[in-house]
Design a protein around this ligand. Sequence first.
Ligand SMILES: C[S@@+](CC[C@H](N)C(=O)[O-])C[C@H]1O[C@@H](n2cnc3c(N)ncnc32)[C@H](O)[C@@H]1O
Length: 192
Amino acid sequence: MNDLHNINEPKAIPSIWSDTRAAGFTMASEPLTCSLLRTLAASKPSSRFLELGSGTGLSTAWLLDGMDAESHLTTVDNDESLLSILQANLGADPRLKVVCSDGDDYLRALRGEHFDFIFADTWTGKYRLLHDALELLNPGGLYVIDDMLSQPNWPEGHAEKVADLVATLEQMEGFRVTKLSWASGVILATKL
Ligand SMILES: C[S@@+](CC[C@H](N)C(=O)[O-])C[C@H]1O[C@@H](n2cnc3c(N)ncnc32)[C@H](O)[C@@H]1O
């Protein structure tokens, strides 16, 4: 088995990748993680999805490809130029709401709302305001993060932040947590 063979990427991906490379964006999510996101998304019909850290829309495209017609995705990033790539490629999808905002501000403003799936791919909801993000999940809701395995480009001090986050999630009550040392390193947490 080869994990990348016949991965059947969504139609928009080649165009988003081409725009992403042209923009020099280097923090894009990798295909394996994105494929897992799509599979998990497909297990949640009629659901509300939240993505923190849209980038140019790579993971967004895969999430949308797994979601059914009754589901909705809100994606948030503070970089307008990255979001313009996302909008150009995915903006016509009526299930998608694109928000340009500081993630912390937006997450705080969401207090009281509920989601069935959160992909936290920026500082917000992961290294900052983790509990605020988890509070938004419905029972049975999924929290997903990646980039948990050591990477050469990590700045000084980041490895400690990752270790702290892993330890927090390992000990968290009210969730069922699985760590996958696969792709960039994924953690899945389901709320009880
Ligand atoms: C790892 S990248 C996201 C990659 C994206 N999910 C993908 O599939 O390619 C992290 C993103 O967080 C965004 N970001 C950084 N600080 C932020 C903040 N304070 N509020 C909102 N977004 C932020 C960056 O602009 C960047 O696009």
